[in-house]
Unconditional design. Structure first.
Length: 114
């Protein structure tokens, strides 16, 4: 199993970023996928979830209305569009299939700062 996140960077408050996640080594279309994040000194937290078919999505209250998760089952990828970014969104972001507990990527750093 390989999971590779990309697209992070430095962005000003109010700005946007799109994170991408490329996967291989498992039957991607059979698994729900989620984005998580971990800020310095804090526990890793769930941010967004999309079911295997892509037909249903769910978001943490802290990002609802600002973030959008999507997936492409033909390309085995999942994305996170992040708008109206705030300083408190600063974290390392990870994509992860929740049912495959042991498999995590390296994450991608998102820093929101002026």
């Amino acid at each position: 199993v390989q999971i590779v996140e990309s697209g992070g960077g430095l962005v000003q408050p109010g700005g946007s970023l799109t994170l991408s996640c490329a996967t291989s080594g498992f039957t991607f279309s059979s698994y729900d996928m989620a984005w998580y994040r971990q800020a310095p000194g804090k526990e890793r937290e769930w941010v967004a979830w999309v079911i295997s078919s892509g037909r249903s999505r769910n978001y943490a209250d802290s990002v609802k209305g600002r973030f959008t998760i999507s997936r492409d089952n033909a390309k085995n990828t999942v994305a996170l569009q992040m708008n109206s970014l705030k300083a408190e969104d600063t974290a390392v972001y990870y994509c992860h299939p929740p049912s495959l507990r042991d498999y995590w990527g390296q994450g991608t750093q998102v820093t929101v700062s002026s």
